[in-house]
Design a protein around this ligand. Sequence first.
Ligand code: FAD
Length: 394
Amino acid sequence: MPAPDALQGTDLFQLDDLLSEEQLLVRRTVRGFVQDEVMPVLKAHFRQGSFPEKLIPRMGELGLLGANLTGFGCAGMDAIAYGLALQELERGDSGIRSFVSVQGSLCMYPIHAFGSDAQKERWLPRMATGEVVGCFGLTEPDFGSDPGGMRTTARREGDQWILNGTKLWITNGTQAHLAIVWAKTGPDQDSIRGFLVERGTPGFSARAIEGKFSMRASDTAELALQDVRVPESNRLPGAEGLKGPLKCLTQARYGIAWGVTGAAIACFEAARDYAISRVQFGKPIGGFQLTQEKLAQMLTEIVKAQLVNLRLGQLKEAGKASHVHVSFAKRNNVATALDIARGARSILGANGIVDEYPVIRHLLNLETVFTYEGTHEVHTLALGRAITGLDAFS
Ligand code: FAD
């Protein structure tokens, strides 16, 4: 622990003064949940490569599933309270935050935003409690950054749709009761539509991806769809074209910008505590200027990320946050969290590679976060397009 006159925590600019009582309560509650209920089981799950499913009903009770949606049993948190909740979850582990992001932003949000009344009433209340788990199938083996090229098809036959294709890298894939599958109903990306595919539907299967060194406490799967028949009533009526899934991703990326700040804080705090207690050459390594330079840089980036998150949350609450703001925040905060994790890893020396400390786990997880939900490069192109008006995507 730092000396009493040293900085406690990471709130150098007293941003807590700008938070409401309710926002602080959400943060405190989720922090307590992560400390008391997530951390005691997490290491074993990460080692084993499994998601702690027993936590799902508790996350439902705490209002963490679809937390920023209104009605249908959802907590209706404001954008900043929601962001703080995700920050605390990812301070624990990116896999736990990923579960919540996928359930809330990628499955409940599209039903909430694009679904029929019957779909909303049927699914959202049970998804808010965690009784029903969802997954989001957009990425395919040959189409990651370029999802508009997808090969999964949906062909209409009377009152039914017949789906064929493969989706890869799908979070919550094997545990999900319900998959939101994006498929082309015609030749181009304007024909993309979203379909609700229930587990157990003939022709639909999920297979866990083995051998991951990142996001080990998260379920990642391949979904196979072979002549899967779903009724027209399972199509999301309000989603047309690629902008349907992209709007969901903007919601999820908002949460990621906050979440990774939590992972960065966890790494920074572990490194600072270690630097204060670890003695080499007769003094704490935190007393060496080179270590202080690393810690100073880490704190600087955390404070900047916190400021970006807070302003982004205000803009989102005011209905003024665009996908460019979200790209900026996701791109910056993930890249800096990864740098912070690497810096913390070096401060911990050999201890930086064992899971007795949280740093290597965060570092490995953040490698995924750098790539999913729009790679760092894709968000660079989104910013580049906003800056120049010129499209460098293809
Ligand atoms: P590619 O698109 O093949 O990219 C490879 C490299 O090329 C990257 O560095 C990329 O930035 C670069 N690149 C590509 N195009 C350009 C360009 N135009 N200019 C410059 N560089 C470029 N997907 C889902 O649908 N649902 C999920 O729940 C989900 N969960 C995931 C969980 C995990 C653990 C992981 C690892 C992935 C998950 N994904 C999910 C998939 C993820 O969104 C994709 O991995 C991501 O979009 C990148 O696609 P790719 O891996 O095919 O990489």
